[in-house]
Each structure stands twice: as C-alpha cells, then as structure tokens.
Design a protein. Structure first.
Length: 288
C-alpha cells in the first residue's frame, strides 16, 4: 500500500499540473527582467511556455506580448515577431492553446504596426522616462550616459530601462482602468436612459388604454344626456332638488285656560268664607 502511494507521488512530481507551469513561467519572466542585457532583451521560453504565457494573462500593451521595450525599432519588432511565431505557429507546434496564443501574438503585432498605436505608446514611453528621471532628480532631457556620469546610475545601463518599462506598464494600467471606468459609466447612462424610455412608453400605453375605455362609454353618456334633456323639455321631469323640510308643529297645552279656572275657583271659595263670617257670631268668642 505504501509502495503504491509512493509511486503516485513520484508520478505527480514528474507531471506537474498546468497551473504550476504557468506560475513557474511567470516567476521566470520576472527574474529575467532584471537580468536582461542591453544588447539582447530576449526572454528565453520554449514553445509550451510561450503558449501558457500568452494565454494565461492579460497585457497592458502589445510590447509586453512581444517582450520588447516601448521604444523598440521597427526592425526589432519584426524580428521578435518572426522568432515567436516560428515557435508557436499551430502548423508546427501541436498544442491545444497554440492557435489562441498565435492569435494574441498576431493581434499585438498588428496593433504595433498601426501608426496611431505606435505614436500613443511612444508618448507613453516619453512620459514614463520623464517620471523616472524626475524620481532620480535628473534632468528629463539627459541621456543615459549623462546619468551614469552624474552618478545616478551604475555602469549597468539596463537598470534605468527596466525601471522605465515598469513605469510604462503602470501608466498603461491606469489608462486601462480609467477607460474601463468610463465605459462602465457610459453603459450605466445608457441603461438609465433605456429605463426612462421604457417608463415613458408604459405611461403612454396606460393613457391610451384609459382613452380607449373612455371612448367606449361615449355613446352611453350621450344617450343618457339626450334622455335627460328630453324629460326637461316635456316637463315630465320634476325638479325636487333643494326642497325644504317642513317641521311638525308642536301642540302647546292650554295653560291660560287652566290658570283662569283656578283663579275663579279661588274667588268663589273666598266669597263663601266671607258669607259664613258675616252671618255668625262665633268669631266673637275668640275676642279677648
């Protein structure tokens, strides 16, 4: 059991996965940047490594694809293109990503051949060179030999070129981010305008449906109005609007009659009492 496990581990060690190859290719490229010489700025990759490199990452400029400086001459560009294309051409190198890698290389070469693109990258190189020179507190118009003579650089003139290339990549990366942000804003504005247009169409649709429903009941409303006008003209219509409500009268009790009867009875009683007093002498018994 242990023997089989060891065999599997040995096989895996002999056949590293593609992700490890891509990673090792990347580190190899990073290490070769600092070791490149001024007379031969060539990254040494085999065909398989080149295919993985071209298809496993994105490049800020076509010069990165060809592994050239941004101030490379026309002859250097053509020479590098022929060298790489001979290695990864699908007719000569059988690999699942050979065609994709060759397309990346061809598009980069065509972009560099474009005069507008070439001028753009030339301006980027000049901007990066001025930034690097300013960083070293050197005159932007100074040459590399002037920097060496002034003690800013050592005898390795490729040092300043590598720094300029890194600055070019940084400038292009920032330009790409700004371009993507601008495109994102444009798409967002287009979506917003599209949404507003859809809402306006929906509103007009609702208004149209309301008008259609209103028109459907027009004949009914006209007939009702004509019928009403006919009733008013023939006086068959009785206007009962604003009719007042007559309150029911309250019946008050005959208070005056009651009072008169009570007064008469009181007077009669007094007269009777007087008669009794006049015809009797009983009251004299109470005298003292």
């Amino acid at each position: 059991m242990a023997t089989s496990d060891n065999n599997k581990m040995a096989e895996e060690a002999k056949k590293p996965p593609e992700e490890d190859e891509v990673l090792s290719c990347f580190f190899s490229e990073i290490e070769s940047i600092g070791k490149a010489k001024s007379n031969a700025d060539i990254m040494t990759f085999n065909a398989k490594e080149l295919c993985l490199r071209l298809t496993s990452q994105t490049f800020a400029s076509p010069y990165q694809v060809l592994q050239l400086k941004h101030n490379a001459t026309e002859e250097e560009i053509k020479k590098r293109y022929r060298k790489i294309s001979l290695l990864i051409h699908p007719d000569k190198f059988k690999h699942e990503k050979a065609q994709e890698a060759f397309n990346v290389l061809l598009n980069a070469f065509n972009e560099i051949q474009n005069s507008e693109s070439k001028e753009k990258y030339k301006l980027v190189y000049e901007q990066a060179r001025k930034v690097v020179y300013k960083r070293h507190k050197a005159n932007p118009n100074a040459t590399t030999l002037d920097l060496i003579a002034a003690g800013v650089l050592d005898s390795d003139i490729q040092q300043i070129e590598n720094e300029i290339q890194r600055e070019c990549d940084e400038i292009l990366r920032k330009q790409q981010e700004r371009r993507e942000y601008a495109e994102k804003c444009v798409r967002a504005n287009m979506e917003y305008e599209k949404q507003l247009a859809a809402e306006q169409v929906e509103l007009e649709k609702q208004q149209l449906n309301h008008q259609v429903e209103w028109d459907k009941t027009r004949d009914l409303r006209v007939t009702s109005w004509r019928s009403f006008q006919g009733k008013v003209t023939t006086k068959d219509f009785k206007l009962q609007a604003f009719r007042t409500v007559e309150p029911k009268r309250e019946q008050r009790p005959d208070v005056e009659g009651t009072k008169r009867g009570t007064i008469a009875e009181s007077q009669t009683n007094r007269k009777e009492k007087r008669k009794k007093i006049v015809h009797t002498d009983e009251y004299k018994a109470s005298w003292r």
